[in-house]
Ligand binder design. Structure first.
Ligand code: DGT
Ligand code: CA
Ligand code: CA
Ligand code: ZN
Length: 573
């Protein structure tokens, strides 16, 4: 599909234009990039069928951008984009992956120091050249070096939420071939780890070689790492690797169990198997006594042979799950369809894309029965954050939407900012009028641990604050979590009856799995929210649920699995 190539180009064009302060256009290009990325149909097909008129019907695509798409489909390039690249031949993705380096900084760094990529950037920073630039300074230079280190440490791993659509696509592709029977993604993806190193796909087939040839013919790849009669390993056009393995049907359960991992879980399982007189490998489960293979068609067979009940993939990290099922207590974790509400939703009243009504309709379509509108407040001025007056106006609009809507309830909320001293940027009298208040830290991320912890706990002590949003502030691969005593926060949340958020946004996943586990063990209640900024974002809820599952959360640990009336009783007032 050309959709993704075009999306990438438009997001680069947005950056190039933002460098020169061109008004409105960057947002238009960004919108087009997003539209193309989430478009199910190939633009090429749309163009063939309906020409430019068809392209212009894609939401977010106007005349100008449709022209670019047409040019690209006809000639393989877009002259405007080539011109920009020629003027500033930099690796935009690499440079902007560093926290704090935006389009403006990229332009400055190129003009003054000819910095084109991460390597140049690091060299210049280490040589102390960046601190000498106007508007940069020693502190920025230090932050850039820290940012580079983080990018390096996480390089080669992909965010679960970013890789998910691709895995679905490849799985579907294989499934649709006449050579495949079962197709299942395994590895860290199946365990729903927050980042994934490579994609492992397993299949059964009567004709393994044919399936592998089919895969190689259909998938655009840059490199083949290795190829055999039942296995192939490639680097795809997008830069990530896929291992495809074709396994025999009779032992598929053993193969799936093995290649789902984790390695640590498998080691523990094999040790246990030996004690019980079995050898477990990717090829099957064998009895030492008879030398014979026992049933291992499914994973249930494999675990069953060892006297264990099935263990969900998200739990397979050797963090006590095997011991737990040995005691006969397999953890009953939250299921993917159990959320009834979403408590963090932004709209076009601030930095979201869609209206309150559009978000409500989409939430309903996704099976939710309530959402809270939580637009930003005053201190986040760049988002057009609400003050008390704007909040009142928005509440009136929510009343109107609720009157028209059926099957979904819109709650009045806000995402208020926690100031340095733990007070909030909206007066209590205004907060008292809202149904749900979420509070978050959006500034001064580098406070010392003690101060940060006290700041957050003070905010949770506010009788109007119902939820602590994205409790550690991390952006995966981009910003470290702030220093905070998580045990103390979890304890305070329980004492003050503040819900802790599991923010499902792919870059956040905050709380993360291990912190969720701590909260669950402490009996502190959670909510899983999308942090949606546009309609399409409700789908990210599954990543939050996945992390909650990895943190052993049961449905009863998560307040928004409750129907609305019961959920409201969980709140402070
Ligand atoms: P990743 O790709 O780094 O996100 O993590 P995984 O868990 O997908 O690891 P990967 O792709 O290297 O291997 C897939 C699975 O295969 C892994 O979860 C467990 C199994 N596996 C691979 N190598 C070994 C090994 O040396 N020993 C054992 N016991 N299992 C292995
Ligand atoms: Ca893998
Ligand atoms: Ca692999
Ligand atoms: Zn926030």
């Amino acid at each position: 599909m050309r959709n993704r190539e075009l999306a990438k180009m438009f997001s680069h064009l947005a950056l190039y234009l933002a460098m020169r302060d061109v008004p409105f256009k960057p947002q238009a290009y960004e919108r087009a990039a997003f539209a193309l990325e989430s478009l199910a149909e190939d633009v090429q097909d749309i163009y063939k069928r309906q020409g430019t008129a068809g392209l212009e019907k894609i939401p977010g695509v106007g005349k100008g951008i449709a022209g670019h798409i047409e040019e690209y489909l006809r000639t393989g390039k877009v002259r405007n984009y080539e011109k920009e690249q020629k003027r500033m031949p930099v690796d935009l993705d690499e440079l902007t992956s560093v926290e704090g380096v935006g389009p403006k900084a990229v332009a400055e760094l190129y003009k003054r120091l000819k910095i084109k990529n991460l390597k140049d950037l690091e060299k210049a920073a280490l040589a102390g050249k960046i601190r000498k630039l106007p508007r940069f300074g020693a502190k920025t230079e230090q932050n850039i070096l820290q940012g580079i280190a983080l990018v390096r440490r996480s390089s080669g791993r992909w965010l679960l939420g970013n890789i998910f659509p691709y895995v679905q696509e490849y799985t579907q592709l294989l499934q649709n071939s006449s050579f495949a029977k079962e197709v299942v993604p395994a590895g860290s993806f199946r365990r729903m780890r927050e980042t994934v190193g490579d994609i492992d796909i397993l299949a059964t087939s009567k004709k393994p070689q044919k399936l592998i040839d089919f895969f190689l013919a259909e998938v655009k790849y840059k490199k083949i790492w290795g190829k055999g009669p039942t296995k192939v390993s490639v680097r795809t056009e997008y830069g990530f690797d896929i291992d495809l393995r074709v396994l025999p049907e009779e032992t598929f359960g053993a193969g799936l169990q093995y290649f789902t991992g984790s390695k640590e879980h498998n080691v523990k399982l094999r040790t246990l198997a030996i004690k019980k007189g079995f050898k477990v490998s990717e090829y099957g489960v064998f009895s030492f006594r008879s030398g014979k293979r026992v049933a291992c068609r499914t994973e249930e067979d494999v675990y069953g042979a060892l006297g264990l009940s099935y263990i969900e993939p998200e739990l397979r990290e050797d963090t006590g799950e095997i011991e737990e099922v040995l005691k006969g207590k397999s953890p009953k974790i939250i299921s993917y369809d159990s959320l009834q509400g979403d408590l963090q939703v932004q709209t076009n009243w601030t930095d979201g894309e869609h209206s309150i009504e559009e978000m409500a309709k989409e939430a309903k379509r996704q099976g939710l029965s309530y959402i809270a509108i939580t637009d930003h407040t005053r201190d986040l001025a760049m988002t057009g954050g609400s003050d008390e007056k704007k909040l009142l106006k928005q509440m009136a609009e929510i009343d109107r939407v609720n009157k028209r809507a059926s099957g979904i309830t819109v709650l009045k909320g806000a995402e208020v900012n926690i100031r340095k001293d733990g007070t909030l940027d909206i007066a209590d009298t205004a907060l008292a009028k809202l149904d749900v208040v979420g509070a978050s830290v959006h500034s001064l991320f580098k406070l010392p641990k003690k101060e940060m912890t006290a700041r957050i706990i003070r905010a949770m002590e506010n009788p109007h604050v119902d939820i602590l949003f994205h409790p550690t502030g991390r952006i995966i691969q981009k910003r470290e979590p702030y220093e905070v005593d998580m045990d103390a926060v979890i304890k305070a949340a329980k004492r003050t009856r503040t819900l802790l958020e599991v923010n499902a946004y792919p870059e956040r996943l905050d709380l993360k799995d291990s912190d969720i586990r701590k909260a669950v063990e402490a009996g502190t209640a959670l909510v899983i929210d999308s942090d949606a900024h546009r309609k399409e974002h409700f789908s990210v809820l599954r990543y939050g649920i996945a992390q909650a599952r990895r943190g052993w959360a049961k449905a009863s640990d998560v307040a928004n699995t409750l129907p609305l009336a019961k959920f409201l009783k969980k709140l402070k007032n």
